[in-house]
Design a binder for this molecule. Structure first.
Ligand code: CA
Ligand code: CA
Length: 430
C-alpha cells in the first residue's frame, strides 16, 4: 500500500505500524530523512484591473511549483460561486457579463502535483453608469480687485469637483482646481475690473457630469470709470458718456486733461457739473470742433457748473487741474444733466440775464443758476404758510441747494441779487 509522508523535514523519521483498535504495534528501528517538499502555496498579489460597468480582469502572482489555477467569482451578496476558470495555466482571467455598480468576491487557488492550495480571495466593484448632475447654486463672493471665492451647492453622489476659469474675453479655459472634494475654492491673481467666467462640474463613480457656468467682475483698483480712458487727452479720443449719470475720473499726472463726448439730439438746456473735487479742477464745454463755448472756474474745491442751451449736435466736457492740480487716488465726478428747453419766461430784465432753476419738481438738490448776474445773491425758501425754512447767501452764480431734509410739499423760492428781488419761483419738493 502507498503512504503519504507529511511535509515535515527531519532526519530522525521512523514508521510505526499499528492495527486499528489494537494495543500492539511496531516501530521501525532505523531513522530516515524527510527533505522539504515543494509545497503548493496559495496565490498572492490578487488584483482586479480593467474594471468597466460589466467586466474586469482578475490577476495574481505566479506560484512556484504550480501546475494550474482555479478561479471563482460571485456577487458579494450571493452565496454561490461561479466558476471562471478551472486548471488554467494563465495568471489572469477576464470576467464579463457582470452587473454595473456591484461588488464582487473572487478567489483563486493553486493546483500542484501534490494537490491544491487553499483559496486566496479579494473583492472589486464594477463601475456605475449613473453620472453626476450639473452643479447648481454657483456663487461668486468675497470679490476683490484680484480674486474671489467661488462656491456651489453639493451635487448628490459627487465625490469630487473640477473648476475652470477664464477672462470672459478669452476662449481658453484655465484649470483652477481638479478632483477637489470641497464645494468652494478661492481664486487669486486676477486682473482688476475684468469680467471672468468660471465653471464647475461634479465627478461621481460613473464619471463626470456637465459643467455649470457663472460670471463675476473683479473690482476696480481705481475710483475712475472706464470712460476716463487713456485716449481722452484730446476730443478725438473722448468716450461718449451717458446723460444724467455720474462719471468718475482722475486728473493724473498734472498735465492730464480729460475729455468726454455728449451728443444732444434735440435742442434744449443741459447742465454739466463737476463735483467731488480733491483740488482746484475746472470745467469747460467745447463744441464739436473743440472750440470753447463755456467755462466754469470756481476757486479751490468748489464744484463747477455750466448750464446752457444747446442746439442739436456733438459737444465735449473738458476737465483739467488748475495750475497743475492733480490726484492719482481721488476722483472727480462729472455729470451731464439734461434739462428742458429754455423758456422765455425765465428771462429777467434782459436777454443776457437769466435764471435757471432745475430740476423742478425736485427730490434732493435744486440747482439755481444765475446767468448775467454779479455779486452776492440771497436765496430764501418759504413753505406754504410763508415761513422761511431756508436762507442762503451765495457768492457764486451757480448754486446747488440741498433741500433733501425738507418735507415734501410746495415751496416758494425767492432770489434777491444786489438787494433786489429778481425771481420768485414755485418749487415742488417730492
Ligand atoms: Ca484722466
Ligand atoms: Ca475750479
Amino acid at each position: 500500500m502507498a503512504v503519504t509522508i507529511p511535509n515535515t523535514p527531519t532526519t530522525t523519521a521512523r514508521i510505526k505500524v499499528e492495527a486499528v483498535g489494537n494495543i500492539f504495534f511496531d516501530i521501525s528501528n532505523t531513522n530516515f530523512t524527510i527533505t522539504a517538499g515543494s509545497g503548493c502555496g496559495a496565490p498572492s498579489g490578487l488584483t482586479a484591473s480593467g474594471i468597466s460597468t460589466t467586466s474586469a480582469t482578475i490577476g495574481w502572482t505566479a506560484v512556484s511549483g504550480a501546475t494550474s489555477y482555479d478561479v471563482d467569482y460571485k456577487a458579494s451578496t450571493s452565496g454561490t460561486w461561479t466558476n471562471a476558470a478551472t486548471a488554467t495555466t494563465a495568471i489572469s482571467v477576464g470576467l464579463t457579463g457582470l452587473t454595473q455598480g456591484t461588488t464582487y468576491d473572487y478567489r483563486v487557488r493553486t493546483n500542484c502535483a501534490s494537490g491544491s492550495s487553499a483559496y486566496s480571495s479579494a473583492q472589486f466593484t464594477t463601475n456605475s453608469t449613473v453620472t453626476c448632475g450639473a452643479p447648481t447654486g454657483l456663487v461668486s463672493s468675497a470679490i476683490t480687485s484680484s480674486g474671489a471665492t467661488l462656491s456651489w451647492t453639493a451635487v448628490s453622489g459627487a465625490t469630487t469637483y473640477d473648476v475652470n476659469y477664464k477672462a470672459a474675453s478669452s476662449s481658453t479655459w484655465l484649470n483652477l482646481a481638479s478632483g477637489i472634494s470641497s464645494t468652494s475654492v478661492a481664486i487669486t491673481g486676477l486682473t482688476a475690473n475684468t469680467l471672468y467666467d468660471w465653471r464647475v462640474r461634479a465627478t461621481c463613480t460613473g464619471g463626470s457630469g456637465n459643467y455649470t457656468t457663472a460670471q463675476f467682475t473683479t473690482l476696480s483698483t481705481t475710483c475712475a470709470s472706464t470712460l476716463d480712458n487713456t485716449t481722452n487727452g484730446t476730443i478725438s479720443g473722448a468716450a461718449t458718456i451717458p446723460f444724467n449719470t455720474n462719471v468718475t475720473g482722475l486728473i493724473s499726472p498734472s498735465a492730464d486733461i480729460d475729455h468726454y463726448k455728449f451728443v444732444i439730439t434735440t435742442g434744449g438746456t443741459a447742465t454739466v457739473t463737476l463735483t467731488t473735487l480733491p483740488f482746484d479742477y475746472d470745467l469747460k464745454v467745447l463744441n464739436s470742433s473743440g472750440t470753447q463755448l463755456a467755462i466754469s472756474q470756481a476757486g479751490s474745491t468748489t464744484s463747477e457748473t455750466i448750464t446752457r442751451t444747446y442746439t442739436a449736435g456733438t459737444y465735449y466736457a473738458q476737465v483739467y487741474g488748475y495750475n497743475g492740480a492733480n490726484s492719482a487716488t481721488s476722483c472727480y465726478t462729472l455729470r451731464v444733466q439734461l434739462g428742458t428747453a429754455s423758456r422765455g419766461g425765465d428771462l429777467i430784465n434782459s436777454d443776457v440775464q437769466k435764471i435757471d432753476i432745475f430740476p423742478n419738481p425736485v427730490n434732493n438738490i435744486v440747482n439755481i443758476n444765475l446767468t448775467g448776474y454779479t455779486g452776492k445773491s440771497d436765496l430764501s425758501l418759504f413753505d406754504v404758510n410763508g415761513r422761511i425754512v431756508m436762507n442762503r447767501q451765495v457768492s457764486t452764480v451757480n448754486t446747488p441747494l440741498d433741500i433733501s431734509k425738507l418735507p415734501a410739499g410746495v415751496y416758494m423760492l425767492r432770489i434777491k441779487n444786489g438787494g433786489k428781488d429778481v425771481k420768485m419761483e414755485k418749487i415742488i419738493k417730492q
